[in-house]
Design a protein around this ligand. Structure first.
Ligand code: NAD
Length: 498
């Protein structure tokens, strides 16, 4: 699809809306978020039909991760925005006595949101809502593989401000490139590391700030004191939910040697019991892959692993469809694609580790660092390991759960990108902090203004000694120097001050 768009005109219109939005009170924007939430809640079955039709994912994945996750986020955002975006008071140092310091969280202007195909509703709507509540106009460029054409416009149709603030621009990567060239005030990109690099390169000379939510190769670390039933169920879900097409899917499962064989055997039975189907009524565990090219990538990774000596249990394509049966893989070596690149499909590679240091070393042996999980009864150990992991998020005794709490920031390290969406950090990322210092109107001349004199220099020296010294003596020195300085500053330069 090579859509021709007039990006300059789109940006000009969006800028006008952004300007108008500056006059819209935060309470009115929050009210629209609550109405959006209600509309999505009430129309969820139609929305799920659309998502399933375009992605092939299982109905439960569409309900829980896409719709429920979005509702949860909107609910949190509507509650948190007034506190996070209001004028913030910060302390003023003693040397600026009598003045007030404030931070205003102002909108950026026009935010360009570029989204992938794996969670086409959730990623788009949560980012749009965050940018909007912060006062921005939003341009959404959804994935050409899951355009959900007309759906976003329909969801916001009754909302006077959000319907104006949001412009959906359909098209492929070239369309996003044209929008970047027209200079939005920020780019929020979620997608592959390869595309993230291109966007950053295009944005750099234009000095456009970019937030990058990229790929992952998440590790799950299982110590030998866990409940095996629960942990096995968690591993299967963490690796295979949404058919493994999640940036935070478990792509490497490391199990402590003492329980490794038992866990592999349980995983094998667990994988065999999973139901693969598309167009289900809520009773399939794994749906279809969204795109044919992603099926090919998954099959290439499995073929490469087999050729290099790994053992693949399960796997294979349901003929004539985009459905892949889940696969459990053992006997991996570092040179396999499965260990180096993001697979993004229903595949669970399992490897053994010996001790805590080994687990940390293996988990950190990746250029990605999105999220991870640590499983152990010993919470002190689990926290120690979590602290040592190079990842933007860690769930302890659960999997992919940090993103289940909208109050927590989301984002990666290394080639998983940078910047944070969600949480107060994500919300403030849609704003520009304006520093404001308020003084009274008076005749007072500040001590540090001209004229500079030898007397004032000496008094400032005293002030510094007092201000950064210790004890009562220092405080008295500071007060004395401060008062004398204030008095001196009100007088013109004296002949002896030359
Ligand atoms: P992708 O990078 O191919 O495409 C993502 C978006 O970028 C699409 O809208 C596409 O049209 C656009 N695009 C393509 N080329 C572009 C260019 N040169 N300039 C600007 N935009 C361009 O990614 P995808 O295949 O749609 O999504 C899968 C990837 O997304 C996986 O790597 C996955 O891990 C990642 N992902 C990350 C997160 C996260 O939050 N970290 C969440 C979901 C998915």
């Amino acid at each position: 699809m090579n859509t021709r768009i007039d990006a300059t005109a789109i940006l000009t219109d969006a800028r006008q809306v952004a300007q108008a939005l500056r006059e819209v009170p935060l309470a009115a924007r929050v009210k629209e978020l609550r109405r959006l939430l209600a509309k999505l809640r009430d129309q969820r079955e139609e929305v799920i039909d659309r998502i399933v039709a375009e992605t092939g994912k299982s109905r439960t994945d569409a309900l829980v991760s896409e719709v429920m996750g979005t509702l949860d986020y909107l609910h949190w955002l509507a509650g948190a925005a007034p506190g996070a975006l209001c004028e913030q008071r910060v302390s003023t140092p003693l040397a600026l006595f009598g003045k007030k310091s404030r931070i205003w969280h102002e909108p950026l202007g026009v935010v360009l949101v570029i989204t992938p195909w794996n969670y086409p509703l959730h990623i788009a709507l949560t980012t749009i809502a965050t940018a909007f509540v912060a006062g921005n106009a939003v341009l959404l460029k959804p994935s050409e593989h899951t355009p959900l054409a007309g759906l976003f416009e329909e969801l916001v149709a009754d909302l006077p401000w959000l319907s104006q603030a949001l412009t959906v621009v359909q098209g492929d990567g070239s369309c996003a490139q044209a929008l970047i060239e027209a200079r939005p005030d920020k780019i929020c990109f979620t997608g592959s590391t390869r595309t993230g690099r291109r966007i950053l390169a295009q944005a750099a000379p234009l000095l456009i700030p970019v937030e990058l939510e990229l790929g992952g190769k998440d590790a799950m670390l299982v110590f030998d004191d866990v409940d095996l039933g629960r942990t096995t169920a968690g591993a299967l879900w963490g690796a295979l939910t949404n058919g493994g097409q999640s940036c935070t899917a478990v792509e490497r499962l490391y199990v402590q040697r003492g329980i490794y064989d038992e866990m592999v055997s349980r995983l094998r039975s667990g994988i065999d019991a999973l139901v693969v189907n598309s167009g289900d009524e809520g009773d399939a565990d794994i749906g279809a892959m969204t795109t044919g090219f992603q099926c090919d990538i998954v099959e290439r990774h499995l073929d490469d692993a087999r050729a290099k000596g790994a053992v693949v249990h399960g796997g294979g394509r349901v003929s004539g469809t985009h459905m892949l049966r889940p696969a459990l893989v053992t006997g991996m070596t570092d040179d396999m694609l499965l260990m180096q690149e993001e697979t993004f499909g229903p595949v669970l590679p399992v490897l053994p580790f010996t001790d805590e240091a080994d687990a940390i070393r293996l988990a950190n042996n990746s250029r990605f660092g999105l999220s991870a999980s640590v499983w152990s009864k010993d919470l002190t150990r689990a926290r120690r390991v979590a602290a040592a992991l190079n990842a933007g998020a860690v769930s302890i005794n659960n999997v992919m759960l940090t993103e289940g709490n909208p109050a927590l920031p989301f984002g990666g390290v290394g080639e998983s990108g940078y910047g944070r969406t969600k949480g107060v950090q994500g919300l403030l990322g849609m704003t520009r902090s304006k520093a404001v210092l308020i003084d009274k109107q008076s005749r007072k001349i500040e001590a540090n203004w001209f004229p500079y004199t030898r007397r004032k220099y000496q008094l400032f020296g005293e002030l510094v000694r007092g201000l950064f010294g210790h004890g009562l003596g220092a405080l008295i020195r500071f007060a004395r120097a401060g008062i004398t300085l204030e008095n001196t500053a009100q007088k013109p330069r004296q002949p002896e001050d030359k």
